[in-house]
Design a protein around this ligand. Structure first.
Ligand SMILES: Cc1ncc(COP(=O)(O)O)c(C=O)c1O
Length: 361
């Protein structure tokens, strides 16, 4: 019998088995009218229903207030890096960026092409191992907005609070949205590439406060204008219909298992299991992130003896544990354990890590 295989990929990543079954059913039974969702018009009543019920489901899960709009866009989180300053960075002022890792640094680099950007915290010198304390963030008096990334997928550091701000807060939540309860009212715009916790790649979820929509600059390119996207209920052009459909299935799965309280508890337990192994003996595994900044989604660590890394990754694969190689900019190991990642896979990795340490110490 072949061994079960676990996918620790940072994204696109594992989808719930139920979601894959429901999606397969949709394709093979051809929906309700003889055609699958991939084959129907985005202007059809059937697709409108799919779009709106996916929004309703997200609204229930995240408790999104009525004064927020939910958009399904394309171009990934990377396009948001450009659209945010393009829509909101006022030429008479600056945009504040908190830099805690690779992705927030990239977002700031893009914004600099549009206007003045201030790095109000920069963790680069420390190797991006920590999240700043609220009082360490040196905010500008009159910024257009404050941008941060709630979970740095590559470095494995995660905010456990929302920075205080007098200006609109914009957050890249690509790798931890839907992993825990959040208070949407604390943000003016929150965005996420879908391919970790939300659905398949090719959909970008944007939740935006109506008051921020009012501040969109005039005369922008249509396909890059949040206000037009919102006015057209994400149907300004042909959206990723299949991706939105599968996003709806992921939301259904989350609601069926009990919502964000349930998944939040499970996520904390899964990550705690792995950090416990790392902390048992810091002569062997070394966590990348400082303890108070650790991500629950992406567990990053090194082997003290770097020469053992190849053997670790090779033997992990023999045990059915795939996708554990750290990002090239950090090295070491990264275990991404998003919502759909099963607990038994985390247990298997914990056992493997302990055995590997015993055999190689
Ligand atoms: C936190 C974060 N932001 C942005 C991105 C870029 O996303 P995309 O590839 O959807 O543009 C990623 C991709 O992994 C990410 O993890």
């Amino acid at each position: 019998m072949s061994r079960k295989r676990y996918n620790f990929s940072a994204g696109p990543s594992v989808l719930p088995l139920e979601v894959k079954r429901w999606a397969t059913d949709e394709l093979t039974t051809h929906g309700t009218d003889g055609f699958s969702v991939m084959e129907i018009s985005h202007r059809s009543a059937r697709f409108h229903h799919i779009l709106n019920s996916t929004k309703e489901s997200l609204k229930r899960l995240l408790n999104i207030p009525d004064n927020y709009r939910i958009l399904f866009m394309q171009g990934g989180a990377s396009l948001q890096f450009s659209m945010i300053p393009y829509n909101f960075l006022d030429s008479s002022t600056v945009a504040d960026y908190i830099i805690t890792g690779y992705w927030s640094e990239k977002a700031a680099t893009e914004a600099k092409r549009s206007g003045d950007v201030r790095l109000v915290f920069d963790g680069a010198a420390d190797g991006f191992r920590r999240i700043p304390r609220n009082e360490e963030i040196k905010r500008s008096e009159n910024a257009s907005y404050l941008h941060f990334c709630s979970n740095e997928t590559i470095h494995g550091v995660e905010f456990n609070y929302v920075p205080e701000s007098r200006v609109p807060i914009i957050c890249d939540a690509s790798s931890n949205i839907l992993s825990k309860k959040i208070d949407i009212a604390e943000y003016s715009l929150i965005y996420a590439g879908a391919q970790k916790n939300v659905g398949p790649s090719g959909v970008t979820l944007v939740i935006i406060e109506e008051a921020l929509l009012e501040r969109v600059k005039e005369n922008l390119f249509s396909a890059l204008d949040y206000r037009l996207f919102a006015a057209n209920n994400s149907l300004l052009n042909t959206p990723n219909t299949w991706g939105i459909f599968v996003t709806g299935l992921v939301c259904r799965w989350l609601e069926e298992i009990g919502g964000l309280n349930v998944i939040e508890k499970e996520n904390s337990e899964k990550s705690a299991m792995l950090y416990e192994v790392i902390d048992e003996d810091d002569d062997f595994y070394i966590g990348h992130a400082n303890r108070d900044s650790r991500s629950r989604m992406n567990i990053t660590f090194h082997l003290r003896n770097e020469d053992l890394l190849g053997r670790f990754l090779g033997e992990a694969e023999e045990h059915g544990l795939f996708g554990l190689s750290g990002h090239r900019s950090v090295g070491g190991v990264r275990a991404s354990v998003y919502n759909a990642f099963p607990v038994d896979g985390v247990e298997l990795l914990s056992d493997f890590m302990r055995t590997f340490r015993r055999e190689n110490s």
